[in-house]
Design a protein around this ligand. Sequence first.
Ligand SMILES: [Mg+2]
Length: 288
Amino acid sequence: MNNTPTSEEKSPPFIVIFTDLDGTLLDHDTYEWEAAKPALELCKHYGIPLIPVSSKTRAEIEVFQQKLGIMTPFISENGGGVYFPKSCYPEGPAGAVSEENLWKWSLGPSYGVLVKVLKEISDELGWVIRGFSEMTPEEISSYTGLDLETSHLAALREYDEPFIIVEPEEKDVIVFEKAAERRGFHITEGGRFYHIHGKKDKGEAVKRVILWYKRSQPRLISMALGDSPTDFSMLEQVDYPVLIRSTGHFPGLKDRIPGLKITDEMGPDGWNSAVLDISGQIISGGIP
Ligand SMILES: [Mg+2]
């Protein structure tokens, strides 16, 4: 019997990390990521792509990537848009359209449709809803703690409308979710806002990016980190799912997502420990 490993088996695994930003890589309140620096350095050293998967807009994520000094594909607005930098991928993936310095897959319905549907649902239920489309940068800043410039970038939305429910105070959000489902849309709960978006979610976008990577990297090992229900579909798609501890409690999540690791620490501290631990073990050959 020939036990000689094939060239594919001999090549080291290719790790890809998908990460939520707010409350995960970034501190929920301060947006700092200082505590994650050791793990970020490890990613840079080993050429591990770090793919932001966020409710943030393209404009916000691009600025964040510049600050972090990374250039990788990224997923905006809860899976609505998938972007690939042209400087890294001159050809562009199949089905992507050119948009300035990026290639883009549009997975979500347009922003105008989302705003219209949100209004329809709130009228139907008699609820008072306030979405980003109605908020000034000052108001967005007051809810998020972002500076005005970043709040302006946060308002440049394409595929997802964040909103707050002003009234009623006592509410059953499932009623709202069902009204959205009937119209073919989804409501998810993020760290600060509810979001309305199309049927595509973070999980669908991550799945597509994994398939795209696997064509050139068959020994791909995927990891994802997130802290809130908007991240669960993404955690379901990867080999190593990590829930970053938060104030939220999610009973039964370990049954829904086999192999889920839950960090002891919150935000970037938890992120740092989980990435160092899992990547370190993969790199040293400890897993898989
Ligand atoms: Mg989050």
